[in-house]
Design a protein around this ligand. Structure first.
Ligand SMILES: *Cc1c(COP(=O)(O)O)cnc(C)c1O
Length: 401
C-alpha cells in the first residue's frame, strides 16, 4: 500500500482542490511550480541553511530515561519544542516563504487560530522583508492577545475576522476571500497539511525534515534507522506528517496519533474529527469534517488552541480509514495531567497540544525494549496559565502547586 499523494492530489478518496474559479489559475500555477522548485539544488541549499542557522536544526532526539522506565519501552522525544519560535510550525513557514519568493510573489497572507502559525509567518516575513497580513477570528484575537502583539511587533498587520464564530475556520475563509482579490501578487502560507492540493503535500514535505533527522539520529543511538512505534498529536496534521513522512509506507513501523477529545467524544465539546467527523469539504479539500446534517461546519472544542480545528488533513483521514494509523482521542483532563507528568519526570514543559500524545502512552501496550519516537511539537511557555488554572487535573503531580 502507498499512502502518499497521487498525481491528482488525492490520498485515497480525500484531498483534491475544490476552489472558486477565480483561484483556479493561481492554484494551478502552484501545482505546476512547487515540485521543480522544492527539488532544485538552489532551494534545498537555502532551505537547509535557514533550518540550521535560523531555526536551530537538527532538533535533538532525546532519550527520556524516567518516562521509559515508567512505560516499559525505550522512549525517544523528538524535540521540536526547541526550534526558534517554540514549535514545528517554523519548518513550514521558512520553506513556503522561499517558495513564494521564487514564484515572484510580493505579499504574504495567512490564517491563524491560536496565533502560533501567524507568529511563525510574521517571523519569516520579517526575515525576508515581505509584506504580511494575518487573518484571525476576533474571539481568538481577544483570547490570544500576546500572540497578536508578537505579530504586530514583527511587522505584520492582523485583521480580526468578525464572521461566523469568529474563530479559525472563519479566519481561513477570510484568507481565501482575500486571496481571490489578489491572486497575482499574493502567496497564501497555509499552516497545516490542509487546504486545496498542493498545500497538504507542500506542508508535509516541509515538515518531513523531522523524520529525515529521526532516521539518522536513531541509527546513531540504537544502530537501527527505524523505530517500532511513532507517536504525534494531530490538529490539521503537520507535525504528525513530518514525523511519519519517511516511514509511511514502512509497515514495520506502527503509527499512533492523538487528536483532541475536549470534554469527550460523546459530548458536543470535542475536536476529535477522525472520531466524530463525516465526509465533507473544508478550505478547499474533501476530508473528514465536523458538520451538521446541512454541511454547516460545527465549531471544535478543546483546551488546546492549536488542535481546535473542525477538519483534518486528507492524508490522515486516509491513513486512519485504511488502519495504517491508530488514532486516540485524548480529553482535556488527560492532556493536562500528561503535561505535568513530562514536566516532573523529564523537566520538559510541553505545549498542551503535545501533551495530548504524551497522554496516549498509558493507553498503549509496549513490548520490552520497544523503540518509540514521540514528537514534542512545541514548548509549553504559552500554556503556563492554562496548566495552573487546571491544576486540579494534575493528579499525582499536584504537590507544591
Ligand atoms: C499548531 C500546533 C499543533 C497542531 O498542528 P499540526 O498541524 O497538527 O501539527 C500541534 N502542536 C503545536 C505546538 C502547535 O503549535
Amino acid at each position: 500500500m502507498n499512502y502518499n499523494i497521487d498525481n491528482r492530489g488525492f490520498y485515497g478518496q480525500y484531498g483534491g482542490a475544490y476552489i472558486p474559479e477565480i483561484l483556479y489559475k493561481c492554484v494551478h500555477d502552484l501545482q505546476e511550480a512547487y515540485i521543480p522548485i522544492l527539488e532544485s539544488e538552489e532551494f534545498k541549499r537555502e532551505y537547509h541553511a535557514l533550518l540550521r542557522d535560523y531555526v536551530g536544526r537538527p532538533s535533538p532526539l532525546y532519550y527520556a530515561r524516567r518516562m521509559s522506565e515508567k512505560y516499559g519501552c525505550r522512549l525517544f522525544l523528538k524535540r521540536e519544542d526547541l526550534n526558534h519560535t517554540g514549535a514545528h510550525k517554523i519548518n513550514n513557514t521558512v520553506g513556503q516563504i522561499l517558495l513564494a519568493k521564487k514564484m515572484g510573489k510580493k505579499r504574504i497572507i495567512a490564517e491563524t487560530g491560536a496565533g502560533q502559525h501567524g507568529v511563525a509567518t510574521a517571523t519569516v516575513c520579517a526575515l525576508m522583508d515581505m509584506q504580511c497580513e494575518v487573518f484571525m477570528g476576533k474571539t481568538d484575537v481577544e483570547r490570544q492577545y500576546t500572540n497578536v502583539q508578537r505579530m504586530r511587533m514583527l511587522g505584520a498587520q492582523v485583521h480580526p475576522v468578525t464572521t461566523g464564530n469568529m474563530t479559525l475556520s472563519d479566519a481561513c475563509s477570510q484568507a481565501i476571500r482575500d486571496w481571490c482579490c489578489h491572486p497575482d501578487d499574493t502567496f497564501y502560507i497555509v499552516g497545516s497539511t490542509m487546504g486545496p492540493h498542493p498545500y497538504p503535500d507542500i506542508v508535509a514535505r516541509m515538515q518531513s525534515v523531522i523524520s529525515e533527522e529521526i532516521k539518522e539520529q536513531l541509527l546513531e543511538k540504537t544502530g537501527r534507522d527505524y523505530p517500532d512505534t511513532l507517536m504525534a498529536c494531530i490538529g490539521g496534521g503537520s507535525n504528525a506528517a513530518g514525523t511519519i513522512y519517511h516511514y509511511m509506507n514502512d509497515e514495520r513501523v506502527r503509527i499512533i496519533l492523538a487528536e483532541a477529545g475536549g470534554k469527550g467524544i460523546d459530548t458536543d465539546y470535542t475536536a476529535a474529527t477522525i472520531h466524530r467527523g463525516t465526509l465533507g469539504f473544508i478550505h478547499g479539500a474533501k476530508t473528514l469534517v465536523m458538520q451538521n446534517d446541512d454541511g454547516q461546519i460545527e465549531e471544535a472544542f478543546t483546551i488546546s488552541a492549536g488542535l481546535d480545528y473542525p477538519g483534518i488533513g486528507p492524508m490522515h483521514a486516509n491513513m486512519a480509514e485504511k488502519k495504517r494509523s491508530t488514532v486516540l482521542a485524548i480529553n482535556d483532563d488527560e492532556a493536562i495531567r500528561a503535561g505535568y507528568e513530562l514536566t516532573r519526570l523529564e523537566g520538559i514543559i510541553p505545549a498542551i497540544e503535545s501533551a495530548h500524545i504524551i497522554a496516549a502512552l498509558p493507553k498503549i501496550q509496549f513490548h520490552n525494549d520497544e523503540i518509540v519516537v514521540l514528537t514534542v511539537s512545541g514548548r509549553g511557555d504559552k500554556d503556563i496559565n492554562t496548566y495552573l488554572d487546571n491544576k486540579q487535573m494534575a493528579g499525582e503531580y499536584a504537590n507544591n502547586l
